[in-house]
Design a protein around this ligand. Structure first.
Ligand SMILES: [Zn+2]
Length: 135
């Protein structure tokens, strides 16, 4: 699975975003170590606190299908860079502290892409090993 394919899967996942309040569509494509790809979109709710981010939608789909290890996630949006929020960084860290994070968006200067890591986005993360648990 190339990075270009991951970016495209994230862009495709944006199409299903349910965003009547913010209008900010986000798609995510999470690549499992076993090669399976799980996508997700953001799903807003009239009770705003129930809103789900695209990254966590993809993650819960993956874990519920038995995937436990991940290598990369691509996240796509329009307008501004969709770097994962704090809650998503923490949720991803549980399963993939070494995750590569690929971000793409269509901004005023055209299509942008950035690559980073979860370790850079969430330094000194709190995970299973913090509780002495090896998962
Ligand atoms: Zn989030």
């Amino acid at each position: 699975m190339t990075d270009a394919m991951l970016y495209q899967a994230a862009r495709d996942a944006m199409k299903n975003a349910y965003v009547p309040y913010s209008g900010y569509r986000v798609g995510a494509a999470l690549l499992a170590k076993d090669g399976r790809l799980f996508t997700g979109c953001n799903i807003e709710n009239a009770a705003y606190g129930n809103t789900l981010c695209a990254e966590r939608t993809a993650l819960v789909k993956a874990v519920s299908e038995g995937a436990r290890a991940f290598t990369k996630i691509a996240i796509a949006a329009s307008g501004s860079a969709p770097f994962p929020c704090g809650a998503c960084r923490q949720s991803l860290y549980e399963f993939a502290p070494g995750l590569e994070v690929l971000v793409t968006w269509d901004g005023p200067e055209g299509q942008q892409e950035r690559k980073t890591t979860l370790a850079a986005l969430l330094p000194e993360g709190f995970g299973p090993l913090s509780l002495g648990v090896e998962v």
